[in-house]
Design a protein around this ligand. Structure first.
Ligand code: SRM
Ligand code: SF4
Length: 560
């Protein structure tokens, strides 16, 4: 039987190394959209076509084309940028985007609401600030995350350098981006993609670098993970993990979230070889027929971890050594002041769901601009949509604190629950959203807080996340409590993640509306307050009490 590869494979193969007909699509003034093929290719350049879902139906009824605009995601390995870059990012959002900046769960930023005619100037402006959007999206390696680690400044510098090197190594070689957006010279020789080939990867690919005991990058949810191993503050190598991923489809038991498996320890000189080998094995073994089953996690399920490890060893010309013992103690970010080993200060700020705008509660965007104008260190976007003002000299600590306070960037009254919460974008821009997330979660959390207070649990440390669909952009399946959008105002309630990102959660109640969610949570927290042992986490309690069974092999028991 002749089985056809999926349509995206043909689009990539015919795109002439990511050029497609993007230039014509951008020039076409008759529509605010791109041709369907270009809408796929554009992702490799960092941007997505979207339409405003709040007015989609109304426009349809008036026979108008959807309200098209674009979302652009930058490549910013490790989430680090200078104050000058921050000021540029800020100004661009005002002039060429919808005025807000969105910090993402992969340590970079997005602009929403960009009109087609503004794409090229916007890309040119971010590049003028030495930031690009190559591989922000698409079937390719995405933004490489790394622990922002403000405490151990020397180790951070080393780990961050690796995140940048990996990101550079896995950037596409095609000159299409430079040609189309930066008016670079037209390539006279054919492009070559030694790592990716002309159809790139079967699906997106994600890499992170973690520094234990913090699992802020949710290392086990990445296709490829590097866990830093250090001796007296010096990096000696990495434990390598492969095969993590979150995305599932409601009702399709052949899809499931998965935590990455351990491949073994490697020395620093083998990092790039191993990264490339894992990527090329996935290039050759990944499923190019069904995009739903095309991530590395499914390739590893198909091959078996033992065979996969051998393939990687053969290609990289290395042997994995026994992994070092590591312990992760927490997910999420630590807020407030810390001092680095170089004696500089760092201030981690809570940015609710990563949305930076001058909103009704506080003019935080203006405030960050004021800080950037005087700050001498750097800005670090965290993997949980927050922001660290890092490397503040002692003599500037007070003035930065005053600015942060004046512009509402610090609020001592925010509950631990909220500090540990993340929600994906969802409506109105995300085409996949089934339910609200970013716009609704804050208000639901206020109601949760009341329940926690009622049972004397206001200081409970709890990792809670919401997504508008089961794609998993806020990594919900490693949260202790997750609400995953099922339909308008309806969510699946998941329980059982362990609070440090090493256990998946599982469905507890399906398709709940707000009333249902609050009722179930009230009952659960009452029981917890009564029967909790010592300072037991809610996630461990639900497993111990048999309220939920632990997921051990997600291919079999995530849906069971
Ligand atoms: Fe995501 C698709 C937003 C992190 C899994 N994600 C999307 C799209 C582009 C919707 C679409 O297909 O058109 C969303 C755009 C919404 C918008 O309007 O901005 C979107 N994803 C996001 C962000 C902005 C969420 C956020 O609130 O921060 C995150 C951007 C990360 C970045 O900077 O690169 C984001 N997405 C993630 C993560 C978390 C992570 O990577 O650590 C995941 C789960 C991990 C994983 O990949 O398994 C994730 N996004 C998905 C998937 C499901 C992939 C799968 O294997 O099934 C999709 C849908 C798809 O790829 O078809 C998706
Ligand atoms: Fe959109 Fe779903 Fe991702 Fe949320 S989880 S941003 S709704 S794709």
């Amino acid at each position: 039987m002749d089985i056809k590869v999926n349509e995206n494979e043909t689009i990539k193969a015919e795109s002439n190394f990511l050029r497609g007909t993007l230039q014509q699509s951008i020039r076409d003034e008759l529509t605010g959209s791109l041709s369907p093929a270009d809408a796929q290719i554009s992702k490799f350049h960092g941007f997505y076509e979207q339409d405003d879902r709040d007015n989609r139906q109304q426009r349809q009824g008036s026979f108008l084309e959807p309200d098209y605009s674009f979302m652009l995601r930058a490549r910013l390995p490790g989430g680090v940028c200078t104050p000058a870059q921050w000021l540029a990012i800020d100004g661009i959002s005002q002039r060429l985007g919808n005025g807000s900046i969105r910090l993402t769960t992969r340590q970079t930023f997005q602009y929403h609401g960009i009109l087609k005619r503004n794409l090229k100037p916007l890309i040119q402006e971010i590049n003028a600030s030495l930031i690009d959007s190559i591989g922000g999206c698409g079937d390719i390696n995405r933004n490489v995350m790394c622990n922002p680690n403000p405490l151990q400044s020397e180790l951070h510098a080393e780990v961050y350098a690796w995140a940048r090197k990996i990101s550079e190594q896995l950037k596409p070689r095609s000159r299409a981006y430079h040609e189309i957006w930066l008016d670079g010279e037209k390539q006279t020789q054919a492009d070559e993609e030694p790592v990716y080939g002309n159809t790139y990867l079967p699906r997106k690919f994600k890499i992170a670098v973690a520094v234990p005991p913090s699992n802020d990058v949710d290392i086990y949810t990445n296709d490829l993970g590097f866990i830093a191993i250090q001796k007296q503050g010096k990096l000696t190598g990495f434990n390598v993990l492969a095969g993590g991923g979150m995305g599932t489809t409601h009702g399709d038991r052949s899809t499931f979230p998965r935590l990455a498996d351990e491949l073994g320890f490697i020395a620093l000189e083998d990092v790039l070889k191993v990264a490339e080998a894992v990527v090329t094995v996935q290039r050759d073994e990944g499923n190019r027929i069904s995009r739903r089953h095309a991530r590395l996690k499914y390739s590893i399920e198909k091959l078996g971890i033992h065979n996969f490890r051998q393939l990687v060893e053969q290609r990289a010309g290395i042997s994995f050594q026994t992994p070092h013992k590591v312990t992760f103690k927490h997910q999420g970010d630590r807020f407030g002041w810390t001092q680095s080993t170089d004696k500089r200060w760092n201030l981690t700020l809570f940015i609710e769901n990563g949305r930076i705008t001058d909103h009704h509660k506080a003019p935080i965007k203006t405030g960050l601009g004021k800080i950037a104008a005087v700050h001498q260190g750097d800005f670090r976007i965290t993997p949980n949509q927050n922001l660290i003002i890092a490397g503040i000299p002692a003599e500037q600590k007070q003035s930065i604190l005053e600015l942060a306070t004046q512009y509402g960037l610090i609020d001592e009254k925010i509950s631990l629950l909220r500090l540990n919460s993340i929600a994906c974008v969802a409506f109105p821009s995300c085409p996949q959203a089934m339910a609200e997330a970013e716009r609704y979660f804050p208000e639901l959390l206020t109601k949760f807080e009341l329940i926690l207070n009622k049972y004397g649990l206001s200081t409970l440390d709890l990792v809670i996340r919401m997504t508008g669909c089961p794609n998993g952009c806020a990594r919900p399946f490693v949260a202790e409590i997750a609400l995953v959008g099922k339909g308008p105002g309806r969510y699946n309630l998941m329980l059982g993640g362990d609070g440090h990102g090493q256990r998946l959660n599982k469905l507890y109640r399906e398709n709940l509306n707000e009333e249902g969610i609050l009722k179930v949570m009230d009952e659960l927290l009452e029981k917890f307050a009564t029967l909790r042992e010592n300072d037991e986490r809610l996630s461990d309690f639900v497993i111990r009490q048999g309220i939920i069974s632990a997921v051990v092999n997600p291919a079999v028991d995530f849906h069971a």
